[in-house]
Design a protein. Structure first.
Length: 212
């Protein structure tokens, strides 16, 4: 997972830096996710006038979310591994945007915010975590179709040597991908990735599956 940030008050003096989450120890994950959310808040607030506008329909705002916000949030998502805490941070960020799009509801004489379940139903499963997991599965098929001497495939299949730190090891990308495919009911996935059409169907199922 990579985070891109822009700093500086003057456009010509702006600098860019990349934080690679794969190089940051587990003890700093909470700080990294906090930083990730803060940086993506910047993307959201840059377009907040559009999401506040009453001249734009909800359908238009959903398109803006898909074309402006989601690509920035899920940049590099194909290589992410997410803990439950990190998934929640990503979900909270996504729900904040949908609450802005759908607004509050008037019930029993007072205005109330939409619940998480209501947002899920109204957004028709536009869950950003499901989207990220679908992107990871899509990337898995892409890597598996590569030539055996391809750099990305070598990195993905290579076993890291050496000792690890004490405690329960964090799940890697392969373990998370295999778990997601099991939830989808995909068996013998290594026999399916060569068929692009079938693999695209699996990716579409992942982005709408209630169990992911």
């Amino acid at each position: 997972m990579s985070v891109y940030a822009q700093t500086g008050d003057h456009p010509k003096l702006d600098t860019y830096f990349i934080i690679s989450l794969s190089h940051i120890r587990l003890t700093t994950n909470f700080l990294v996710i906090f930083l990730w959310v803060s940086l993506n808040d910047r993307t959201y607030f840059a377009a907040i006038s559009l999401f506040r506008s009453r001249l734009l329909s909800r359908a238009t705002k959903i398109i803006l979310y898909k074309t402006l916000i989601r690509p920035a949030v899920s940049c590099g998502a194909e290589g992410w591994t997410l803990t439950e805490k990190e998934e929640q941070a990503v979900l909270i960020f996504g729900r904040k945007i949908f609450r802005r799009i759908y607004g509050a509801k008037y019930e029993n004489g007072e205005w109330k915010g939409q619940t998480n379940r209501e947002l899920e139903e109204m957004s028709k499963g536009q869950n950003i975590v499901k989207w990220i997991k679908g992107q990871r599965i899509s990337w898995l098929g892409h890597v598996q179709r590569m030539e055996e001497d391809g750099m990305h495939k070598k990195i993905f299949t290579q076993k890291v040597e050496g000792t690890r730190r004490r405690g329960r090891p964090r799940k890697g990308r392969k373990e998370e991908l295999e778990r997601d495919l099991q939830v989808l009911g995909v068996r013998r996935w290594r026999e399916l990735f060569a068929d692009r059409k079938k693999w695209k169907d699996i990716v579409r199922q992942a982005k709408a599956h209630s169990g992911l």
